[in-house]
Structure formats: C-alpha cells, structure tokens
Design a protein around this ligand. Sequence first.
Ligand SMILES: Nc1ncnc2c1ncn2[C@@H]1O[C@H](COP(=O)(O)OP(=O)(O)O)[C@@H](O)[C@H]1O
Ligand SMILES: CC(C)(COP(=O)(O)O)[C@@H](O)C(=O)NCCC(=O)O
Ligand SMILES: [K+]
Length: 240
Amino acid sequence: MLWLDLGNTRLKYWLTDDIGQIVTHDAKQHLQAPAELLMGLTDRFERFAPDFIGISSVLGDELNAKVSETLSRLNIPFEFVHVDAAHALMKSQYNDDQLGCDRWLQMLGAVDKKKRQCVIGCGTAVTIDLIDHAEHLGGYIFPSIYLQRESLFSGTKQITISNGTFDSVSQGVTTQDAVHRGILLSIVGAINEISHRHPNFEVIMTGGDAAIISQHVNRPVRLRDDLLLNGLARYFDHSK
Ligand SMILES: Nc1ncnc2c1ncn2[C@@H]1O[C@H](COP(=O)(O)OP(=O)(O)O)[C@@H](O)[C@H]1O
Ligand SMILES: CC(C)(COP(=O)(O)O)[C@@H](O)C(=O)NCCC(=O)O
Ligand SMILES: [K+]
C-alpha cells in the first residue's frame, strides 16, 4: 500500500508491505505544488507497485483535484479519507464538515476506548484535541511557532526576526530571544494549562515540531510519529 499525508507544509508518504510493515517513507516540503512533487515520485512508487493508495489531505478541493489527476496516471486505485464523526472506533462532537482530516486520523490512530487522551498535532498549525474513552470532545487550533514568527515579522515595523531557534521559555532580553521564547511559551503554556485542566488525560504528541515543543511541557508526553499512518490503516481497514 501507499499512504499519503498532504499537510499544509509537507507531503509525507509511506510504502508498506502485506503485513503493514513500512518499506520506505519520506517527508518533503511541497511548496503548494503537491501534484508536481508527486509527479517526481511516481517512478519510485511504480517500482513498489502498491495495490492501493490511501490519502489524507488538508489542501482543499483545487489542489486535491490536481493530485487526483497525477495519481490517475499510475492506474492504481486511490481514495481520499472523509471524516466520519460517527466512526465505529471514535465518535466526535466536532462539526465533521469542518474537522481537518489529518487531525481526525491522528486521533483515530491513537484512540483507545479504555483511556482519556489529549492528542497534540504539531504541524503548520498546532492542534490540541481531547478524547474521553473514544469520544472526541473537541479541541483548539493555534498557529505554529513558525506562523507566529511570520505574523510578528509582517505585522510590526521593529521586529525583523525571520530565523533563529526555539529552545527556551525563559524571559528574553533581546528581541531575538523575546520573540522565540514568547512564541514557544504561548504553545507550551497552552499545553500545560490544558493538561492541568484535564489531569487524567494521557498527553500524546505528533508532527514535525513535536520534539521541540514537548521538551518544555511539564507532564510526561508520549511522542508518536506513527499516528496518522495508523489512522489511515484503521480507516481503510474498516471501510473495506
Ligand atoms: N518557516 C519555517 N522554517 C523552518 N521550518 C519550518 C517552517 N515552517 C514549517 N517548518 C517545518 O515544517 C514542518 C511541518 O510539520 P508537519 O508535521 O509536516 O506539518 P504539516 O502536516 O502541516 O505539513 C515542521 O517540522 C516545521 O519545523
Ligand atoms: C488545523 C489544520 C490546519 C492542521 O493542518 P496541518 O498543520 O497538519 O497542516 C487542518 O487540520 C485543517 O485545515 N483543519 C480544518 C479546520 C478544523 O479542523 O476545524
Ligand atoms: K490553513
């Protein structure tokens, strides 16, 4: 099987064998041209001759149509995931016309009916979702550390910071440090507050920035990089 995750910044793919083991995987920035990026990957995909392609996309109808056009040339059946708030593995109170497919799949990949869980996706947006014994209660959406830095850069005259590392949440005494530490604290502080309000929820983090952010969270965190893939596998397993 070939599994695709089209996020706002990166395209991730996994090729798996008959027993679900990952044969190869990668993540690449798509620069809003995922169909063109996929075109360049078709040789690689054809070599593995997957019998099915399952896709998670949060890129919208227009880009999804271009992706479909590219994938059609492979002559391999493919299908986009559609969020289902009444899924057998997890009910959701969220408006399922609006809930991002990647957010939902990450939860579907993590859900355990015996647990209370807080699933945090650290991608282009940071999402924090609460699940109580396989019922999604709702959540929060924040701009990522990079989007926050861009908005300060473009919305102010004196902040011209466009690079640097996010490595501390202590107060800064330079613009560079104040910007990076303030932004990181806005997300870490929210996670700490939410986990304080929901003390018996297991905190699970995934996505490109999970490692950077989790270091500063004052609760044990389970880092998982397989949630979306696991969600895709569970989704297509149930739909067949
Ligand atoms: N401006 C930026 N500078 C450096 N890295 C960035 C920037 N914007 C995004 N990234 C990186 O891109 C990755 C996006 O994470 P990912 O989980 O793939 O998100 P998405 O699913 O939204 O594409 C993150 O690891 C982040 O560090
Ligand atoms: C919240 C998101 C932008 C996160 O996307 P990502 O950071 O993975 O690219 C995406 O799941 C989305 O567009 N959701 C729709 C809005 C919602 O979930 O309510
Ligand atoms: K968006």
